[in-house]
Design a protein around this ligand. Structure first.
Ligand code: MN
Length: 146
């Protein structure tokens, strides 16, 4: 049985939050919405996402600070992160990537780009490994004829 990949979505804008979660669910992902960056690390520890999508312009703490906190957490630092943000220059993208984001998508999002980046970070091969399939796809030997 295929277990749905889990995506934690951190976004304070209600319309964007709904858009991202609707898109992800339509593509078979399980989602956990978070509206306040201050709750994101605790939610991530509980939900154990396969991917974290975060806005950068958040109240109370920036997405950049959130990425740094996630990367400082032993259990969460390997979870890929996709930043979704209003483009504010090459320096901004560099800062976000240096902090540890694996992908950077600008708002307003292109649906194709958004889904493509998510798929790139959650390749099908990983799903197979999680399902416990062997790397070797050789079919079992036929039983000897007697
Ligand atoms: Mn925001």
């Amino acid at each position: 049985m295929r277990v749905a990949k889990r995506v934690l979505v951190v976004e304070d804008n209600e319309l964007n939050l709904k858009l991202f979660c609707d898109l992800l669910r339509a593509h078979g992902f399980e989602t956990e919405p978070v509206r306040d960056g201050r709750e994101a690390v605790a939610k991530a520890r509980a939900f154990l996402p396969d991917l974290i999508i975060t806005d950068i312009q958040l109240p109370h703490m920036t997405g950049l600070e959130l990425i740094q906190m996630l990367k400082a957490d032993a259990r969460l630092r390997t979870v890929p992160i996709m930043a979704v943000t209003a483009y504010s220059g090459r320096d901004d993208e560099d800062r976000v990537r240096t902090a540890g984001a694996n992908a950077y998508v600008t708002k307003p999002i292109s649906v194709v780009r958004f889904v493509g980046e998510v798929r790139a970070l959650l390749p099908v091969e990983e799903v197979r490994r999680v399902e416990g399939e062997s790397d070797n796809d050789t079919p079992p030997l036929p039983s000897p004829r007697t």
